[in-house]
Ligand binder design. Structure first.
Ligand SMILES: C[C@@](CO)(OP(=O)(O)O)[C@H](O)COP(=O)(O)OP(=O)(O)OC[C@H]1O[C@@H](n2ccc(N)nc2=O)[C@H](O)[C@@H]1O
Ligand SMILES: Nc1ncnc2c1ncn2[C@@H]1O[C@H](COP(=O)(O)OP(=O)(O)O)[C@@H](O)[C@H]1O
Length: 286
């Protein structure tokens, strides 16, 4: 008999409210400055313990091999590093588009680390879990820490900040963008001057990947032209999702209802405290 989850936790999306590329490091990775904020919208992960030490992901992802799935990679890493003999059944409800620049895979990994830390009673600190998360991907630490942040380096140096929390309309062009392809484009802007943390919240929002993405993906250029008719629209991460902000849900819903069927989208509230951390706080209070 398949067991039922003992508890379920969310894995929220993120937006890069701006993204600057400062330069390229010797290892080929790019130095960034970016502003991360969470959305109250994402995947769900269910957790139940197993005594046999096995890790079992139910409803995996079509097209992603189990050994590549960031949920299982995060679970194995935590199992190995903690030395626990416990296992887990994990259930994924996938809502976030993959390869959209809203961090679904990284967020699933962070929720796995925090959820298993709770399930297995490991007592690992957020610092430890963020360091483990960085081994899985540059965006994992911000999801582990769960606070909107100004990020530097490849995204691992985080300074918590509190930008306004508007409603967002996120439009999802039906293309998957390869992050590696965008970062290897010879025409990518790589020389934006560094800004200081005190200037972060005054920044109006530029994404240095946007012109390269628009040139390579006409569907995304057209989606930006369309959304810009209603609201100032920007790319998140390396795309392909684009977003605009609104003072309330009604205005965001009104624009969402005018998008063509070929450009699906969703409306969600911006949040400086990730809904994962809000859910964990109520779980530990129970
Ligand atoms: C740029 C961001 C902003 O949030 O984009 P999105 O993935 O969310 O769109 C992230 O930092 C993405 O980080 P991460 O998720 O680790 O990128 P990966 O897919 O692992 O990177 C794929 C490839 O892109 C290049 N890459 C990635 C990040 C970076 N700071 N410099 C790079 O040059 C490297 O060649 C790397 O091998
Ligand atoms: N649990 C997961 N959810 C989403 N993608 C995953 C997952 N595990 C591995 N991946 C791989 O990571 C890639 C990037 O996914 P994702 O994090 O959604 O993109 P982005 O960082 O652009 O938002 C996917 O194309 C997929 O191959």
């Amino acid at each position: 008999m398949t067991p039922a989850p003992a508890f379920t936790l969310p894995a929220p999306a993120k937006l890069n409210l701006f993204l600057h590329i400062l330069g390229r490091r010797a290892d080929g990775y790019h130095e960034l400055q970016t502003l991360f904020q969470f959305l109250d919208w994402g995947d769900d992960l269910g957790f139940a313990g197993r005594d046999d030490g096995e890790l079992q992901l139910h409803d995996g992802l079509p097209g992603v091999a189990p050994e590549q799935n960031l949920i299982l990679r995060a679970a194995r890493l935590l199992q190995q590093e903690s030395g626990t003999r416990q296992g887990a059944d994990l259930w994924l409800t996938k809502r976030l588009p993959m390869g959209g620049g809203i961090g679904g895979g990284s967020s699933d990994a962070a929720t796995t680390l925090l959820g298993l830390n709770h399930l297995w009673g490991l007592g690992a600190s957020l610092d430890d879990l963020a360091a483990l998360g960085l081994r899985l991907g540059a965006d994992v630490p911000v999801f582990v820490r769960g606070q909107a942040a100004f990020a530097e380096g490849v995204g691992e140096k985080l300074t918590p900040v509190a930008p306004p929390e508007p409603w967002y309309l996120v439009a999802v062009p039906q293309v998957s963008v390869s992050t590696a392809e965008i970062f290897s484009d010879p025409l990518l802007t790589r020389d934006t001057p560094a800004i200081k943390v005190c200037a972060v919240l005054k920044w109006s929002g530029r994404n240095d990947c946007q012109s390269t993405v628009e040139r390579r993906y006409p569907e995304i250029r057209n989606a930006l032209i369309l959304l810009n008719k209603f609201v100032s629209a920007r790319l998140t991460g390396t795309g392909g999702c684009i977003f605009g902000s609104f003072p309330n849900k009604t205005e965001a819903d009104t624009v969402a209802s005018q998008l063509p069927a070929s450009l699906p989208g969703f409306v969600a509230k911006g949040s400086n405290t990730s809904m994962l951390h809000r859910a964990l706080a109520s779980l530990t209070r129970e």
